[in-house]
Design a protein. Structure first.
Length: 136
């Protein structure tokens, strides 16, 4: 069993987060989303375009695209490329083409292999987020 479907899933997930950050910056001219929210500069939830909405929560954000949604947490130093198994599972469930991605069992097995191989790792021990090892 190949890890390729899982790697494609992670890259799609990260691309949607990157798109959110681009749209957010174009609207608010800020990259520090959580700080802007906590300072009261931006609302907790809102629209970035006619078809893209967001809702901030805790240390994360849920973005609602027309046909899918992505839920992510902000990492240290304004990083937004982190992911975990639960978020990837939710991304598949809220995607119009879940057949493109691994089954739940395949995802779990592949994710463990990626961790064991060192291709993905936690940025620090108490984090729930994983990052590509070559992304540091």
């Amino acid at each position: 069993m190949s890890n390729q479907r899982t790697l494609n899933l992670i890259k799609d997930y990260q691309s949607d987060v990157k798109l959110f950050m681009k749209l957010f910056y174009e609207k608010y001219f800020r990259k520090d989303v959580l700080r802007a929210w906590h300072e009261g500069v931006i609302p907790q939830e809102g629209k970035l375009t006619d078809s893209v909405e967001y809702e901030l929560h805790g240390i994360g954000c849920c973005v609602f695209f027309p046909e899918r949604e992505v839920n992510f947490d902000f990492g240290p130093d304004l990083r937004t490329d982190g992911f975990d198994l639960w978020r990837l599972q939710q991304y598949i469930k809220r995607n119009p083409n879940p057949e493109r991605y691994p089954s739940p069992d395949e995802l779990e097995t592949s994710f463990k292999r990626l961790v064991e191989s060192g291709e993905i790792k936690k940025i620090y021990e108490n984090s729930n987020l994983y990052f590509f090892s070559n992304a540091d």
